[in-house]
Every structure is written in C-alpha cells, then in structure tokens.
Design a protein around this ligand. Sequence first.
Ligand SMILES: NC(=O)c1ccc[n+]([C@@H]2O[C@H](COP(=O)([O-])OP(=O)(O)OC[C@H]3O[C@@H](n4cnc5c(N)ncnc54)[C@H](O)[C@@H]3O)[C@@H](O)[C@H]2O)c1
Ligand SMILES: [Zn+2]
Length: 338
Amino acid sequence: MKATQYQGNKTFSVIEKEITPPAKGEVRIKVAYVGVCGTDVHIYHGMMDKRVNFPETIGHEMSGVVDAIGEGVTNYSEGDKVVVRPLDDRLVKDSDKGYNHICENLKFIGIDSEGAMQQYWNVPAFVLHKLKPETDLKLAALIEPLSVATHDVRRSGLTKGETAVVLGGGPIGMLVAMVAKQVGAQVIISEVNPTRIQKAKTLGFDVINPIEEDLVKYVKSKTDNKAADVVFEVAGVQPALDVMCEVAGIRGRIVMVAIHGEKKPVDLFKFFWKELSLIGARVYEKEDYEQSIELITANELPFEEMITDIQPLSNIQEVFESIDKNPSGMKVLMDCSL
Ligand SMILES: NC(=O)c1ccc[n+]([C@@H]2O[C@H](COP(=O)([O-])OP(=O)(O)OC[C@H]3O[C@@H](n4cnc5c(N)ncnc54)[C@H](O)[C@@H]3O)[C@@H](O)[C@H]2O)c1
Ligand SMILES: [Zn+2]
C-alpha cells in the first residue's frame, strides 16, 4: 500500500508499506479521503517539529471503510463506513473531571501519532464513529472540522434570533457560520481575503471586509444598536482580538476558537463595562461528532462548496506546495485510492 510521510523541511515522501493486521482492540480502515487541515500546513512549515516524531504519516480529517477487525472488537463489521475522532484519551485522570477531550495527557492522533494520509490505517476502535451506508465519503471527510464548529456553537449557547459575528471566514469560520445559521441566528462574517469573501457571498452569507467597512457600525445597524450576542474569534490575528470586544454587545459571549500561540493584548476594560464572557473552545466531544454526522448525512447545508479540490494521495508534495502558494481555497481532499 501507499503511505505518505512528513520528512521535515517542507518535504513529504510516498512510500510502499506492508498492510498490517489490526492489533487487539483495533480496526483497519481503508482510507477513502483525507482533508488537509491548517494544522497539517503548520506541520509542513516545520512549526510543530518538536511534537511530530517524523518521518511520520500525518492527517486527521478523514473518512473510510472498515477493512479488518482486530480481536475483541464487536461493534464494527467489514464494510462499515466510518470516521475517526482523532483524540486518544487513554491517559485520562480523575483530575480531568470527565472532560476527556481536553484531558491533560491527551494525544492527538495524526499529530502525536500516526495519521490518516495513507491507504490503510490501523486505529483503536474507540475512536471510530459509524456512518450510514448512504453517506457520501467525500463530505464525510468534513466531519472532523465540522465538529469543531458544532462544538464552538454549542459552547456559545447561541439561540434562534440572536446575532453571531464570525471573525475569519476560513474553513473553520465558514463551518461555524453554517452551524450558527442553522440554529436560526443572524450571522455576519468578517473576512479580509477577497476570494474567501466571494465564497462566503456565494454561500449566501452576509459578509463584510473590516478593512473597507466599519464592522462595529455595520453590526449595530443590523441589530438596533445592540451589537453581537455572540462573537466567534476564528481569525487568529490581533485586529480580530481588538474588534471582538467592540463588536460584542452587552453581556456578549466571545468564543475563542483560534489558537493564539503567544500572549496578546485584549481590552479587558470592555469585559468589565459590558459584562462580557470569554469562552474557550477546543476540539470536540462525542456529541459534537454525532451532531456533525447528522448534518453531513442530511446534507442540507452547502458542504460540497467547501471542497475546493480533490487530489491523488500520491500528489501530497504538490498539494502542500500549492496550498502554500494559494491559501485562499477552502478544503483540499486527498483521494487515497490514487
Ligand atoms: N479550537 C480548536 O479546536 C481549533 C480547531 C481547528 C482550528 N482552530 C483554529 O481556528 C483558526 C481558524 O482555522 P482555519 O483553518 O479556518 O484558518 P485560516 O487561517 O484558513 O482562516 C482564518 C481566516 O481569517 C481571515 N482573517 C485574517 N485577518 C482577518 C481580520 N482582521 N478580520 C477578519 N478575518 C481575518 C483570513 O483571511 C482567513 O481566511 C486557526 O487559528 C486555527 O488554528 C482551532
Ligand atoms: Zn483539523
């Protein structure tokens, strides 16, 4: 079988490997599609070289079919369509208070251990979620990032009729916006990249470029001056941190989705003045995956529009080089049959 390996130094190789039987408690998956995540691009850039034990197969946004069952696995059969929730929480402790998805010793599969960018992948059965037989495996590769979005929206407590502002219309921001709209909220996306602004418009979103237009004024004009009930920070840049406290109305909830690797200034006075709340949101829990699976199965949201390219797995080097050159696409999938 073909497997890809990150070799460090912006290099991937494609190797031939033996297909191995699944160990006790494991399942072997024939991987169908793997999406390229922003985190994979960070790995490619060498920004996670301390964490990734390369040469390593990476990738965690996937769909596939159960190909073989290890000893002791009873709830899956060959041919089942599945996705992996790539969280290895086997080292969970009482002090983690039952929040396994953010436990202190959490290992992220596909970063801290072998991932999905290969034709067959052995994983412990407890990370699997079963899909309905009719599920489209291309769309199913979006379940992992969509689960980030369902988690974020659930953490926000967003309700019908509220106004949500999404700062950053990248793949995660766009999925957050879709889930927020589905809740029945008024959704406004703030994005600076012209290609992504166009994409958001095509998907029917109210989107503005905060460099060209005053975001706070615009949101106030759409809310009888009340401003946003919920702000999702999904851009990860200082201007978004500056505007999030401005665009949130009284008792607004700000959800921190973006990963800020270092300390950044935030206007804490606004938290006092407007009684704002700041809510952290990291990956997803089982129920967020279940909700995403339902959304993908129902296929009523414009998920297909999120997939901007599908490339053979063996083109992995070209795929990362082209994302690097033009990062304004949405989701690139790798077809693992090729
Ligand atoms: N919380 C989690 O578990 C989790 C999971 C996945 C990703 N993330 C994080 O979420 C963030 C978004 O992920 P992504 O893959 O969509 O990233 P991305 O970089 O593709 O998207 C960010 C978007 O913000 C836009 N942007 C830049 N400056 C802006 C500004 N001033 N105002 C508005 N928009 C602006 C960019 O043009 C880009 O489209 C990243 O920080 C990522 O690390 C968090
Ligand atoms: Zn991801």
